[in-house]
Ligand binder design. Structure first.
Ligand code: BMA
Length: 313
């Protein structure tokens, strides 16, 4: 479907790229994957997999071109460990992955579904086989979190989305050791009223570092009589002080339009948790959960996203 708006993300024509029928073991749905480009050049997706208990775990899929011929783990890659980590009693969801050069490790920040609701948990891994769990680092209700790849003014920094009352805004917090978090600061507020991003917003994939600043793709949740619509918007933050918002788009730029995005376990959801950037430093391949059922891919240009922000903020 096309309209007169600028199309910043072009969907891969054979979307979805991964769904339950591709899985080597029985599952209900595959969606919301964390993404990294490995040193080998391969793309690794750490997929959220929901089985027929309704609980989620992670399973990795690796591909040379990031589109097809996925090699999928035969068994779950990372499962909840409620004996050691009671906060994971109802599963683990929505991983966001950041490579952290200082630690020579990937930081996987994910939702731990606890008895008290969703909280933010962290694990470090070098190989996506062994995971060093740090446990819950933000208590419930909190989710949609990702780590910055480097320290900001000496501290680790993380974006997350606590919920208070009916409103859910995006916050930034800091830590000297990845365990103790403080200096909690409100970063981006949900709009109000009829806006597409009224009342509830959240970080989608980890921030994108550009020369102009940290580029954020965030989701806005519009509540309607027919249910929620998850759409995507853009904001830009200062490189040195990410608490300064330089620009924020007025309109959404990507929304559920295709059948696989509009129909599924939870219809009208596009939910990216990761991306890869090509060697040109500009082409971005965004992997998103579609309707909480499958994984789709869309490609854009970081330069064009920044240009769009200038005329739409
Ligand atoms: C959000 C998250 C996502 C999910 C989305 C739509 O709150 O829980 O995992 O994709 O809702 O159901």
């Amino acid at each position: 479907m096309s309209n007169l708006h600028t199309e910043l993300f072009k969907r891969y024509k054979h979307n979805p790229i991964l769904s339950a029928s591709d899985w080597p073991y029985p599952v209900n749905s595959i969606f919301n994957a964390g993404v990294v480009k490995l040193k080998s050049g391969n793309t690794l997706l750490l997929c959220r997999v929901e089985d027929r208990t309704g609980l989620s775990h992670f399973c990795k899929a690796e591909s040379e071109n990031g589109i097809e011929n996925w090699v999928i783990d035969k068994i779950p890659t990372m499962i909840s460990e409620p004996e050691k980590h009671p906060e994971e009693i109802w599963g683990i969801e929505d991983p966001r992955i950041t490579y952290v050069p200082e630690l020579d490790s990937f930081a996987v920040v994910y939702t731990a579904f606890s008895r008290d609701g969703p909280g933010v948990a962290l694990a470090l891994t070098k190989d996506f086989i062994d995971f060093e769990r740090f446990g819950i680092i933000m208590p419930p209700d909190d989710k949609d979190a990702a780590l910055f790849p480097m320290r900001i003014n000496g501290n680790w920094a993380m974006i997350h989305r606590p919920v208070s009352g009916a409103r859910a805004n995006i916050w930034i917090s800091y830590s000297p050791d990845l365990k103790n978090w403080g200096n909690h600061t409100l970063l981006l507020m949900a709009r109000k009223g009829a806006w597409w991003d009224a009342n509830k917003i959240g970080l989608s994939p980890p921030l994108i570092k550009t020369d102009a600043g940290w580029l954020m793709i965030y989701h806005g949740v519009r509540t309607t009589c027919a249910g929620c619509i998850y759409r995507l918007g853009l904001a830009l933050f200062d490189l040195e002080n990410p608490e300064i918002c330089l620009m924020r788009g007025t309109e959404w730029f990507f929304a559920p339009e295709e059948v696989y995005e509009q129909r599924g376990d939870v219809g009208n959801v596009v939910f990216p948790c990761g991306y890869t950037i090509d060697d040109d430093g500009d082409t971005i391949n965004v992997y998103y959960g579609a309707a909480d059922t499958c994984i789709a891919m869309a490609t854009g240009s970081i330069k064009e996203m920044l240009e769009w922000l200038k005329t739409h903020s």
